[in-house]
Design a binder for this molecule. Structure first.
Ligand code: HEM
Length: 554
């Protein structure tokens, strides 16, 4: 019975993939006939195959970004790769090129359809998936909820959930004295509870429910399940999406096999929650609650209702926004925190210095009769802030993003490169539709921006880097971890304050050490959303995992 089902689903995949590949090839052939300009003269690695180009090797990297780290050493800060069906792709880590593409060109550089549609399958018509003027409309309505002043008001919430996590660990430590934990799972539950309350005043019950709440379970290992080490048919199938009209792409949601069913089930589950939250928080919400709640969604709903009806978000878009916030706002932060504490377990001296600094400020707070760290106290914790910055740099959770110019353009370079004929190139003319992969992770490893030791985790580099002298990119400290320009992460400040609150609470109270069992952590790549998550080398089928040993700090 099982084998009949398996062979049916296999042949369905083959037929569906085959039809999409044929349609993709036809459209590509037509496009090539009319295509006059290209980037063939840019040097780059030879393509392993016409059909897959580098797409399959890139999607199946065991260690995220190992290929671009190798390519940037061989070809400089900008090079050419091949996508599926022989398509040229420009890849860059060049600060000036990134500034031009992501920051200065507004909407001229749009998103690549494969990415847009992957995000759509996850979240529906939310802010991440919409383009141009529609994106502007979404952003205008969402912006008020993310003002710096408003985000500061979330600090007590971040501290309360961080302290709840701390109490749970202390409870476990009473029994065992030492806790061997999967750090990423704990932090993912805690940040899910944070985003539920901050975004919708809703309790996902992820920490108390020990991860058994339906939403927490629904999210668990989504990226590993959907796109970790995909097979060749999936890689090829997704490569065709750039050539298929959007209404046809929407049918992928109904393909009755894994991973499309996994995505649809999660999206359906979230829509049930979304409708429930809208009923509770929407215009009919009771007036007393309406006047006291300051969560993101109630501000968004208020901003939406004061808009001209033509520019309002409809219910489907609002639900998609909720899903986007939940997804974009919790795994990104929890994985960054996991990598930070992992690095502290490997850098004991830095961990001790951080704890001393935190306890020094704690003593000041107690002396003035206070209880909790204020925003100003957190900002005075330089070593904590440097550890956060260094983790955003060294372990970019979003490793890069493809962008596509809507008009012909010329991309300036800070680092000239040599063409295939040895000519020095200081700027690259590109035609509309040229795919450009901006590698955030690669840019974060450039020695002349970050120092000769760019390949190691060293937060003290921020005592010597003069950011004012560098090409200005991104929203914070010249990182592009949270993208840049009109499509920069709307929640970067939210996440920064949240991380400051969590790290302060956890490092003050707990000692972090490598796990008793010797393991190697790998950065697994989820090409679907250009994300990265931790796994134990050789045990990736266990899912996202960051084992660590936790004890009470002395
Ligand atoms: C370390 C934490 C985070 C990282 C590394 C991160 C990274 C990013 C990146 C790279 C983008 C651009 C994606 C694109 O171009 O498609 C983005 C967009 C976005 N992020 Fe974040 N993010 C983080 C935290 C958060 C948080 C906490 C929230 C919400 C509370 C959030 C909400 C969003 C939203 C809504 C967008 C879409 C913005 C738009 O298209 O206008 N993110 N994020």
């Amino acid at each position: 019975m099982i084998s009949i089902l398996e062979s049916t689903s296999l042949s369905t995949t083959t037929y569906v993939s085959g039809a999409f590949v044929a349609l993709g090839l036809l459209l590509l052939a037509l496009r090539r006939v009319f295509d006059r300009r290209g980037v063939e003269h840019i040097s780059g690695p030879p393509s392993p195959s016409f059909l897959f180009g580098h797409d399959y090797a890139y999607a199946c990297q065991e260690e995220a970004c190992s290929l671009e780290f190798q390519w940037m050493r061989e070809y400089g800060a900008t090079w050419r790769t091949r996508g599926a069906f022989g398509r040229d792709v420009l890849m860059t880590v060049d600060p000036k090129a990134i500034q031009h593409i992501m920051q200065k060109s507004s909407y001229n550089y749009t998103k690549k359809m494969t990415f847009v549609h992957s995000a759509w399958l996850l979240s529906g018509p939310g802010i991440v998936t919409v383009l141009g003027k529609v994106h502007q409309r979404h952003r205008k309505i969402m912006n008020p909820a993310f003002s710096a002043a408003h985000l500061r008001t979330f600090l007590p919430l971040f501290q309360r959930i961080a302290s709840k996590l701390s109490d749970k660990w202390k409870g476990e430590l009473v029994a065992t004295g030492e806790l061997n934990a999967l750090l990423n799972r704990w932090l993912s539950r805690a940040t899910l509870d944070v985003i539920g309350e901050a975004a919708f005043n809703y309790d996902y019950n992820a920490l108390d429910g020990a991860g058994r709440s339906p939403i927490a379970k629904g999210y668990e290992d989504i990226f590993k399940d959907v796109d970790y080490l995909p097979n060749k048919a999936t890689v090829l199938f997704r490569a065709t999406w750039d050539y298929i009209p959007a209404p046809v792409l929407k049918l992928i949601r109904y393909i009755p096999i894994h991973p499309w069913t996994r995505l649809r089930n999660l999206n359906d589950l979230f829509r049930q929650y979304g409708w429930r939250i809208i009923r509770e928080q929407g215009p009919n919400m009771d007036t007393e609650k309406k006047s006291t709640t300051k969560d993101i969604m109630s501000i968004l709903i208020k901003a939406n209702s004061s808009e001209d009806p033509k520019s309002r978000l409809d219910d489907e878009e609002i639900i998609a926004e909720m899903f986007t916030l939940t997804l974009a706002g919790h795994e990104t932060t929890s994985n960054t925190l996991s990598f930070l504490l992992y690095e502290l377990s490997r850098h004991q001296e830095y961990q001790a210095r951080m704890r001393t600094e935190i306890r020094g400020v704690r003593a000041r707070i107690t002396a003035r009769g206070g209880n909790e760290f204020t925003i100003e106290d957190l900002e005075s914790l330089t070593l904590t802030m440097n550890a956060i910055k260094e983790t955003l740099r060294f372990h970019s959770i979003v490793v890069g993003m493809p962008r596509v110019p809507e008009k012909d353009d010329v991309i300036p370079l800070a680092h000239p490169i040599s063409s295939t004929t040895g000519e020095v190139i200081t700027e690259i003319p590109v035609r509309a539709g040229q795919v450009i992969h901006v590698s955030f992770a690669g840019y974060h490893r450039l020695p002349d921006v970050w120092g000769e030791d760019a390949d190691v985790w060293n937060p003290d580099r921020f005592f010597r880097i003069e950011t004012g002298k560098q090409t200005n990119v991104g929203v914070f400290s010249n990182f592009v971890s949270t993208a840049a320009g009109v499509r920069a992460c709307i929640g970067w400040r939210f996440s920064l304050i949240e991380m400051q609150a969590f790290v302060t609470e956890l490092v003050e109270n707990f000692q972090f050490d490598p796990p008793a069992e010797k393991v190697e952590i790998q950065r697994a790549f989820a090409g679907f959303v250009f994300g990265m998550f931790p796994v134990v080398k050789g045990q990736a089928d266990r899912g996202g995992a960051m084992p660590i040993r936790i004890s009470l700090a002395q």
